[in-house]
Ligand binder design. Sequence first.
Ligand code: 13P
Length: 287
Amino acid sequence: MLVNAKEMLDNAYENGYAIGHFNTNNLEWTKAILLAAEEKKTPVIIATSEGASKYMGGFKVVADLVKAMHDGLGITVPVAIHLDHGSYEGAKACIEAGFTSVMFDGSHFPLEENLEKTKEIVELAHSKGISVEAEVGGIGGTEDGVTSSGEVADVEECKQIAACGIDFLAAGIGNIHGVYPDDWEGLNFDVLKEISDAVKMPIVLHGGTGIPDEQIKKAISLGVSKINVNTECQLVFAEATRKYIEAGKDLEGKGFDPRKLLADGTQAIIDKVEEKIDMFGSANTAK
Ligand code: 13P
């Protein structure tokens, strides 16, 4: 059975580690994340953006795929299926489709509207035992075609959105989606500490790809309990698949069979997810 993300994140928050949120794109991705989490004995969050969900055939396909594969593979660790950067309509649709956790990202709305809509999603989601993440301030980079300049969140706004009853908070602290530019200044730990002291709840670090390990560890020590990783898994998958094809392996025997063609890429995702889990400190925490 899938679970919501509240208990796993509360445990992480109280015990000083972070749970990995890994975006899925298809069947291989889903399988790789589940197998890595099981191997590492950690709770895990499998997430999809609205764009990836559309690509896979809709929210219900994603929810059913994760549920069926979790059961089919005999996974025993806690797994949540989470909507990443959901719109108001998308979050509502995922609550209906069987997701166990949703992010409502109203950060592009005026604050009052973000607060109002967040409260509504919280009420609806909590009535069904589904956890909720919300965001104030933008996260830099491009996510599903939406580009934000990556502000550093305002502490007062963080307090107000936390008071909407959310379970965990995404707040910009200089993090960006995708690969970090060479002139990136790093995470803003002063702001993170201020936000963390003000909201006293698990904080979500988006844009996990490419943040140096030392910065990740410091962020965890200051209250970050969920770290989102997407691009890094895409990069290692693409690299391993390219190597397979460049080595001509798809032309040897039945090397063109998708089960072979995608195997190295899938293993690369498993290795990357396991590496991240070790770094986030959540290995062997699954009850
Ligand atoms: P990256 O693609 O930079 O890893 O960010 C993932 C993310 O934050 C998804 O919400």
